[in-house]
Design a protein around this ligand. Structure first.
Ligand code: FAD
Length: 382
């Protein structure tokens, strides 16, 4: 399991999270998927474990570590429940990270400390009904008013959107300025003019909360802005570069869970008088799955190590995200195939893994966008 890429502390973290995930997360994974239910009990369990502080400012309760630690945790949780894993990584890598990185001490004391303790739930609000990949085309407007902004517009597909209390929102002060007109604002859920509509009927990660959020002339004081005016797009992109590594880890975790199920089933299931694992076709499936799994994990840890050691990492993060997510779709598909008819039934974990994997090449920048980014770097280098 690519152990050579982890130090002693990271191995201990992985062992502790695996125990927690198997004991407290796995037993509910199927039920929260079926009911599309956000589990507050699991949330509190993650908070008690201190998992929300990883890679966030230690001065405000953060536990140190870097994105590699977040990747280790995300992978272990996704191995049993991808929905819980995305709920977790959004808190740490998408809501906590921009406040920890771009916020001042006053803002961190107000919003980061409760995110780290798990007292508040964070969300990252960039995508809009008419702009996803083309994030700079966002039309949510932050109109300048005396002392701050008046925010109007809507954001969609927001993870933790209907349960979240701290919203990191990206808006434009002037659409003509495109990305240069962006601001990044931290909003408290109870501010007047904010409403949310839960999105139901997702294919996978159904136990995670997803919502459309509406802003109707929300009065946002200036001290809710992260960084300077015009910095908003930079805040969004740097946050996504960082959190993409966690999504890659989520994809690895889903694939690992499906792979383990497939190996177990292949050894047990009999056909033509022997275990199906004895058929070369099945063996080749397992070998392909194992190869892609290991390569995905190594790419993910490599990107994380580069980021944590302050080296250029964006190209590697995109490679890890695109490869691990597409491999996750491949591996879960093969797992369903190895299960035969049983893999097509809700009762089989691989059926859930297969549905969960499908979102990973879509969110946090589609595979097509990752390829554009990778190529941009490649062409600069050569
Ligand atoms: C379950 C879920 C949770 C999410 N959580 C969040 C969240 O917490 N916060 C948030 O802000 N967003 C979130 N998203 C949104 C997600 O990041 C977007 O769906 C994603 O970025 C794609 O945007 P889009 O859906 O508008 O697709 P589009 O941008 O419309 O893309 C449609 C297709 O066109 C392709 N395409 C677009 N532009 C190009 C191009 N230049 N070259 C080649 N192909 C292109 C895309 O790759 C894709 O295949 C979530 C989405 C889902 C499904």
């Amino acid at each position: 399991m690519a152990d050579i890429m982890l130090n002693e502390e990271e191995r201990m973290l992985r062992a502790a999270v695996r125990e927690f995930a198997e004991r407290d997360v796995a037993p509910h994974a199927s039920a929260i998927d079926e009911a599309e239910y956000f589990s507050m009990d699991t949330w509190k369990g993650m908070a008690r474990m201190g998992l929300f502080g990883l890679a966030l400012d230690p001065k405000f309760g953060g536990g140190g570590g870097g994105i590699k630690s977040v990747a280790v945790v995300t992978e272990e949780i996704a191995r049993v429940c991808a929905a819980t894993a995305v709920t977790y990584l959004v808190q740490v890598a998408l809501a906590g990270y921009p406040i920890s990185t771009f916020g001042n001490d006053k803002q961190k004391a107000r919003w980061l400390a409760p995110i780290i303790s798990g007292e508040t739930i964070g969300a990252f609000c960039l995508t809009e009904p008419t702009s996803g990949s083309d994030a700079a085309a966002a039309s949510t407007i932050a109109k300048k008013v005396n002392g701050g902004y008046s925010l109007s517009g809507s954001k969609t597909f927001i993870t933790n959107g209907s349960v979240g209390n701290t919203l990191v929102v990206f808006a434009t002060t002037d659409r003509k300025l495109k990305h240069k007109g962006f601001v990044s604002l931290v909003l408290d859920r109870q501010m007047k003019g904010i409403t949310a509509q839960k999105i139901t009927g997702k294919m996978g990660i159904r136990g995670s909360d997803t919502a459309t959020i509406f802003f109707d002339n929300v009065e946002v004081p200036e001290d809710h802005r992260l960084g300077n005016e015009g910095d908003g797009f930079k805040v969004a992109m740097q946050t996504l570069d960082h959190s993409r590594i966690a999504i890659a880890a989520q994809a690895v975790g889903i694939a690992q869970g499906a792979y383990e199920e497939a190996v177990r089933h292949a050894k047990q299931r009999q056909a033509f008088g022997k275990a199906i694992a004895e058929f070369q076709a099945i063996q080749f499936y397992l070998a392909d799955m194992a190869m892609r799994l290991e390569a995905s994990r190594l790419l993910t840890y490599q990107a994380a190590t580069l980021k944590d050691s302050g080296q250029p990492f964006v190209k590697h993060a995109s490679m890890a995200k695109a490869f691990a997510s597409e491999s996750s779709v491949f591996i879960t598909d093969r797992a369903v195939q190895i299960f035969g008819g049983y893999g097509y039934i809700r009762e089989a974990k691989v059926e859930r893994f297969y549905r969960d994997a499908r979102v990973t090449p879509i969110y946090e920048g589609t595979s097509e966008i990752q390829r554009l980014m990778i190529t941009r770097y490649l062409l600069q280098e050569t």
